[in-house]
Design a protein. Structure first.
Length: 334
């Protein structure tokens, strides 16, 4: 009961914030019923995916202060587990997805124990190294398709197949991902109020003080790292069924790891809504700037420059991200 109570406890937010969140959820709920293009639907699905990626990263990176730049490796493990089990043995998504989480969490424990002996930029560099090494392994591993990757043949399945999560209409993908999104918010809200969440915030402020209070710093970090990994792996499994074409460069690249971290840092690391705000800003910008300035206007690369400029401006004005700006404006008014 305490877990459920903590998950639904939003009493520390002002009513105006909850009103805005409620309006946003209503928009997400009814979006497929509104006039929209296929491109807009794809952008919304990307927004939900990266919101969940950011939520996972935020547990260890935002609340724990550990800058993890290797989260893409767990996207890859989740995606490849689901793709391999679906293609080779026709295993349903609802079985392969938990299997992917299990493999990802196991790998996170294997590398997490030595990684969390490091601190600061040494930890960040080590996470990059483990992710790139795993990506290189997958690029030469014939069982998972090596560098050419794997392709899921959607024609083998019905137009609406909830068992294997194969659909012709993206609306089904959208609503299933929206359910994961809402569940993710509740889990992160529980984490904020949990004993582990308070321990992570104490560790972030001062590890020595945390140790003096009896907190097992190393164990707390590893457990939170596993929680972050589970989030990312679930979305990786969804990614496999949605994209249907899995390659190491697509699912395990350093670019993806950095983009996941940017979602939370730009929106506001260490806050519940930060990753969602970050994804709400960066994903539409990434999609539409590339479409308008790259594909339509022929100004290839200009979209990336504007994209980077926005990130630098926000970071320079408020290191705590957009949520930090909101709190600063609110403090001035009061």
């Amino acid at each position: 009961m305490e877990v459920v109570r903590n998950a639904f406890d939003f009493s520390d937010f002002p009513k105006t914030d909850l009103l805005v969140v409620g309006c946003g959820l209503l928009f997400l709920l009814f979006f497929p019923l509104l006039p929209h293009s296929t491109f807009a639907m794809a952008t919304m699905i990307q927004f939900l995916m990266f919101s969940l990626y950011g939520m996972g990263w935020n547990t260890i990176g935002g609340y724990g202060g550990q800058v993890d730049l290797g989260k893409a490796q767990y996207v890859g493990i989740g995606a490849y587990t689901t793709a391999v089990m679906l293609i080779r043995w026709d295993v349903p998504f609802w079985v392969s997805m938990p299997a992917g989480v299990m493999f990802s969490v196991t790998w996170s424990f294997i590398i997490g124990y030595p990684l969390f002996r490091l601190t600061g930029h040494y930890f960040a560099i080590a996470t990059i190294a483990t992710s790139l090494v795993l990506k290189d392994v997958f690029e030469v591993w014939d069982f998972v398709g090596a560098a050419r990757g794997l392709e899921i043949l959607a024609t083998k399945y019905d137009a609406v197949d909830f068992t294997h999560l194969i659909f012709e209409n993206d609306n089904y993908y959208y609503y299933i991902l929206l359910a994961f999104f809402l569940l993710g918010i509740l889990i992160i809200n529980w984490f904020r109020h949990s004993r582990l969440g308070y321990q992570l915030r104490c560790i972030k402020d001062n590890e020595l003080i945390a140790q003096s209070l009896g907190i097992d710093v190393h164990k707390s970090k590893v457990k939170t790292y596993a929680l972050a990994t589970a989030f990312v792996s679930v979305v990786g499994s969804f990614h496999a069924c949605y994209i249907k074409n899995i390659e190491p460069e697509d699912t395990m690249s350093l670019d993806l790891s950095i983009l996941i971290a940017l979602m939370a840092m730009l929106g506001g690391a260490g806050s519940l809504w930060g990753p969602i705000i970050g994804a709400g800003i960066l994903i539409p910008l990434k999609s539409y700037l590339k479409e308008w300035l790259g594909a339509s206007a022929g100004l290839v690369g200009i979209d990336l420059i504007l994209y980077a400029l926005i990130i630098m401006v926000v970071s320079a004005v408020e290191p705590r991200g957009v949520w930090g700006l909101i709190e600063k404006i609110r403090a001035r008014r009061t």
